[in-house]
Design a protein around this ligand. Structure first.
Ligand SMILES: Nc1ncnc2c1ncn2[C@@H]1O[C@H](COP(=O)(O)OP(=O)(O)OP(=O)(O)O)[C@@H](O)[C@H]1O
Ligand SMILES: [Mg+2]
Length: 306
């Protein structure tokens, strides 16, 4: 049986940049090997300057590899055909501020060859999908950071690509916006899409990614499934109602008789982001606002109350 083609296959990738006129080079990516299977959400992690965006730009054919073989669904990444299957949300995207969100997505739809007959419906559909229908006719220059990332996601999805590459999609976005971006990423996974994502928000990466790779100075230093990497197989947690000290002692004795140790007794804590998300307004949830979009809109003739 033939092996399934990886969504992304990177073999022996090295990228050098010439950084001085005298030919001094900076090795941004160093002998990188990586396979991203179709249908996975894959996290590319690493400190600033570790080569994540450079790797992404090579996957997208925006930069040429110095050495190595990079393929997208089996097609060399420097071929135009490879790009047809990829949607891209760049790091710190710059969008023309005088276009409305709808005009912007329409522009990318044309660039990506979405057929005219279906273009309007597709643009509307993808804008609704990212929760921006209410703000689609506002100028992009008036959008919040969270809205900019959403419209960026809409333009990345408009041609229905099989692979979506998101370079720091939650940079500068508040926890509500970030959580919603994660929900959208998981929905993409449910649709069978492959997602490559970089982020410095590691808790979020842990929540959405199947596998991760960690780069450091261009080199791959860790790769594996999130469960394998952070699951503690030699530990187990039992969550119980609060116990009196005497019962804990009795439990310790009971476990010791059976050759087991009670390693720690602690009060579980909710994560701060969970607390935040439970307190502030969220779209589509009781008492919530609408996607951070027009959520605090008031009619123009409404005077502020003293
Ligand atoms: N066009 C370029 N010319 C010269 N050097 C570059 C260029 N692009 C990137 N670099 C260098 O390559 C290295 C990797 O940069 P890259 O942008 O890939 O890092 P990154 O992991 O995406 O970092 P960040 O988390 O800050 O986004 C850095 O040292 C950077 O300065
Ligand atoms: Mg980067």
């Amino acid at each position: 049986m033939s092996q399934a083609v990886s969504a992304i296959s990177i073999k022996g990738l090295t990228k050098d940049f010439a950084v001085t006129l005298r030919g001094v080079k900076l090795r941004a990516v160093d002998a990188l090997n990586l396979e991203v299977a179709e249908g996975q959400v894959y996290g590319l992690l690493g400190p600033n300057g570790s080569g994540k965006s450079t790797t992404i730009k090579i996957i997208l054919g925006l930069l040429e590899a110095t050495v190595g073989d990079v393929r997208v669904f089996g097609v060399p990444s420097n071929k135009v055909e490879a790009r047809r299957n990829v949607g891209y949300l760049p790091e710190a995207p710059y969008f023309y501020r005088y276009l409305s969100g709808r005009e912007l997505v329409r522009f990318y739809a044309r660039v990506c060859g979405v057929p005219s007959a279906t273009l309007k419906a597709r643009v509307d559909e993808v804008i609704a999908w990212v929760g921006l229908s209410g703000a689609a006719d506002r100028r992009v220059g008036t959008y919040s950071k969270g809205m900019l990332q959403r419209i960026g996601l809409a333009q990345a999805l408009v041609h229905d690509p099989k692979l979506i590459v998101l370079d720091e999609p939650t940079a500068g976005v508040d926890p509500v916006g970030s959580a919603e971006m994660c929900e959208l990423i998981l929905k993409l996974k449910q649709q069978g899409k492959t997602v490559l994502i970089t982020s410095h928000l590691l808790a979020q990466i842990e929540d959405v990614c199947d596998r991760v790779a960690i780069l450091d100075r261009g080199k791959l230093i860790v790769e594996g499934s999130v469960n394998e990497l952070v699951g503690q197989r030699d530990r187990q947690a039992l969550i119980v109602d609060p116990l009196p000290a005497a019962d804990i002692e009795a439990l310790k004795g009971w476990l010791a008789e059976r050759g087991h140790a009670l390693n720690s007794v602690e009060q579980p804590r909710a994560r701060l982001d969970q607390l935040f998300l439970s307190k502030v307004s969220r779209p589509g949830r009781p008492g919530g606002a609408s996607a951070g979009v027009g959520s605090n809109e008031v009619p123009l003739d409404d005077k502020p109350k003293a």
